[in-house]
Design a protein around this ligand. Structure first.
Ligand SMILES: C[S@@+](CC[C@H](N)C(=O)[O-])C[C@H]1O[C@@H](n2cnc3c(N)ncnc32)[C@H](O)[C@@H]1O
Length: 197
């Protein structure tokens, strides 16, 4: 089995069991997502955005509500989650593919001005490749925004997270790829980072 088939099989198995309760349960530990959405919406110099790993489509739905004129898309490895997000966001185009090598630029027909990775970098098999791939597919001057588990979550929740193939995002990964803004939530539970193309 290739790593892609292996990873997709894991994700589909996991989300088939949990997608009904996903949004209700995740609001208690996926902190910082709305802060990133507010940051994104604070600037009006973009109208195209692709979320990598949109899951249930929760973030895309919120962005659509507040910026209905924007073209929004997704790239999702799990077929279970992709079907769920498409039901919730019929106005979005959500392609099947992997963060590490998926054609993010093709989702909306042109390189997007913003790419969002919300609590998915911690799940990727190859985080370095995923960041490189996103930066390569951004429109000139575009931005990649990441929000994810940081040091406290990595330390306090390690056994729980690793059971679900999740690994907190190390700071050096973000700096190595040239993040131009990095900030942490309370007690360094989560991290928000911005990269500019
Ligand atoms: C924890 S969920 C987060 C969902 C959503 N971004 C949010 O903030 O609620 C992680 C999502 O990333 C997807 N995912 C995991 N590995 C992936 C990969 N290598 N490429 C693309 N999507 C992936 C999962 O299927 C899932 O939908």
């Amino acid at each position: 089995m290739t790593w892609e088939a292996d990873h997709r099989a894991f994700l589909d198995r996991y989300y088939r069991l949990t997608h009904h309760v996903y949004d209700a349960s995740r609001k208690y530990f996926l902190f910082g997502r709305d802060r990133v959405l507010d940051r994104l919406l604070a600037s009006d110099d973009w109208t195209t955005l692709v979320e990598v790993g949109p899951g249930t489509g929760r973030n895309l739905a919120r962005l659509h509500r507040r910026r209905p004129e924007a073209a929004l898309g997704g790239l999702e490895a799990s077929e279970v989650m992709r079907a769920h997000a498409l039901r919730r966001c019929p106005w979005a185009r959500i392609d099947a593919g992997f963060a590490e090598d998926g054609d993010i630029g093709a989702v909306l027909g042109a390189p997007p001005q913003r790419i969002l990775m919300s609590y998915c970098l911690s799940m990727f098999v190859d985080k370095d490749r995923a960041i490189d791939n996103a930066l390569r597919h951004l429109a000139p001057g575009g931005e990649l925004w990441v929000v994810d588990f940081s040091e406290l979550a990595g330390w306090a929740m390690r056994p729980f997270l690793s059971a679900f193939h999740v690994e907190a995002v190390p700071n050096d990964l973000l700096h190595r790829h040239g993040a131009d803004h990095v900030e942490h939530g309370p007690l360094r539970y989560y991290v928000v980072a911005r990269f500019t193309a």
